[in-house]
Design a protein around this ligand. Structure first.
Ligand SMILES: *[C@@H]1O[C@H](CO)[C@@H](O)[C@H](O)[C@H]1NC(C)=O
Ligand SMILES: *[C@@H]1O[C@H](CO)[C@@H](O)[C@H](O)[C@H]1NC(C)=O
Ligand SMILES: *[C@@H]1O[C@H](CO)[C@@H](O)[C@H](O)[C@H]1NC(C)=O
Ligand SMILES: *[C@@H]1O[C@H](CO)[C@@H](O)[C@H](O)[C@H]1NC(C)=O
Length: 407
């Protein structure tokens, strides 16, 4: 080869390397947003769950649930041992110190839950009350070392909240985002993260949210894409089906992950801001025993409570696998979820197969990640024999692997 050939060859080589580099889409870094619930410490026996039980390597974001609100609209703790005291190290410091196990980990505090609905309805009423809440939240997070705030109001315009609170919720998020930006500029700190955890059923969504505007204000949106059905319906149905059944009418046709996520996207939520909610617990029903086990059949009440979680109508993952050893297990190929029947118990749950179907959907739709509600309900002590945190591990392995964790 003479020098011209070498140059031409080198240029060709360089261009083809560059081209391959361009053509290779960079893997989208995804979020695994894990919730810790501070009341799970009171579960009986092996079910008791504290910050030390968390595997911080399985999450990009860890969210502490819940913070409460004082009558004067300032944020506050909810458990006697959230903060350090003479009697305890405090769960906040233990939670924050999990960053030592995963340096990229972001920690957040979630203000919300059912008990906080009336407080939110008060907070949003005036610019002044909103500012008290926002400023106290900023100080609270900086004092205790949280990287962000999750607002989980269940739900604007519901449970005593007025229809005008739809706009006021938008105002709250906008002012929170602006205050976070301002605080970051003033102090030179990394801006606090803001997320909102929002309803997934169309009847609530339509009343509660200015969807596109809400999405614009936050770093990400956690969609409550589970509890689509439960014993409260009065008939059997899947807790978190990926697709609809085909014969559901009106808003019920939206009671599945695919329809709900698409509804948010069609109304202005960018896919990469969405986290699909996934839960490791089951919804259970007591049924009249007959030969028809399909969903959509009458139920006569909640299923029996689990020995550890002791909640009628619900079971944790580690309680499900016990029952699965004796029950008839079915796969619903339309809705892409399993269910099982054991005597007069009808049990809707997720397993590895349905999680993989949801992961396919998440990747195919360029969704930003998952919210995992909640860690204490996964099999964190390997009772089922598939390792600790089987469901969360599957999610993390598929969505994050070794890639960088995003904001
Ligand atoms: C709000 O109430 C809390 C709890 O009673 C109290 O500790 C705090 O000082 C109050 N803050 C303001 C600004 O009044
Ligand atoms: C998923 O949702 C979209 C939008 O609502 C709909 O067009 C599509 O048919 C759904 N897919 C399935 C398999 O139900
Ligand atoms: C249920 O199954 C049993 C045994 O297979 C059968 O004898 C009975 O007729 C069935 N009942 C109904 C309502 O289908
Ligand atoms: C993947 O996305 C395409 C185009 O948006 C859609 O037609 C297809 O049904 C999707 N498949 C899954 C499994 O979500």
């Amino acid at each position: 080869m003479d020098i011209t050939h070498i140059i031409v060859y080198s240029v060709w080589l360089m261009l083809s390397i560059l081209e391959r580099f361009e053509a290779q889409p960079r893997p989208q870094p995804r979020r695994v947003v894990c919730y810790y619930t501070n009341w799970a410490q009171y579960r009986t026996g092996r079910g008791s769950f504290k910050p030390g039980d968390i595997n911080a390597k399985l999450c990009t974001h860890l969210v502490y649930a819940h913070a409460g609100v004082n009558v004067n609209f300032t944020i506050r703790t909810t458990e006697w041992n959230d903060l350090p005291s003479k009697w305890s190290t405090g769960m906040y410091p233990k939670f924050i110190s999990l960053k030592n196990e995963n340096p990229k980990l972001k920690t957040m505090i979630s203000a919300g839950g059912y008990a906080l609905s009336p407080a939110f309805a008060q907070i949003v009423q005036t610019k002044g009350t909103r500012a008290v809440f926002i400023e106290s939240a900023i100080r609270f997070m900086r004092d205790w070392g949280f990287d962000g705030l999750d607002i989980m109001w269940e739900y604007p315009t519901k449970r005593g909240s007025k229809s005008s609170d739809k706009q006021k919720f938008s105002e709250l998020l906008k002012e929170t985002r602006e205050s976070f930006q301002l605080e970051s500029i003033q102090t030179g700190s990394i801006p606090l993260i803001l997320s909102a955890t929002v309803a997934a059923t169309k009847d609530i969504i339509d009343d509660a949210y200015e969807m596109g505007f809400v999405a614009e204000q936050v770093d990400f949106l956690n969609l409550l894409t589970y509890d689509f059905h439960g014993h409260w319906d009065g008939w059997t149905g899947h807790c978190a089906p990926l697709y609809g059944r085909g014969d559901e009418q009106g808003v019920f046709a939206y009671n599945n992950v695919n329809a709900s996520v698409n509804y948010w996207m069609d109304n202005g939520a960018p896919p990469n801001k969405i986290n699909v909610g996934i839960s490791p617990y089951a919804r259970t029903f007591t049924i009249q025993v007959d030969n028809n086990t399909l969903p959509g059949r009458p139920s006569i009440g909640p299923g029996r409570p689990g020995k550890i979680s002791q909640d009628a109508g619900g079971l944790t993952y580690y309680e499900i696998c016990d029952i699965a050893r004796h029950a008839d297990i079915f796969w619903d190929d339309i809705q892409k979820v399993p269910f099982m029947v054991y005597n007069n118990q009808w049990i809707s749950f997720d397993n590895e197969r349905s999680i993989n179907e949801k992961l396919k959907f998440i990747k195919n739709s360029s969704i930003g990640g998952v919210m995992f509600w909640n860690m204490p309900s996964d099999d964190f002590f390997n009772s089922c024999g598939s390792g600790r945190f089987p469901m969360l591990s599957t999610l993390h392995k598929n969505l994050v692997g070794n890639s960088i964790s995003p904001r």
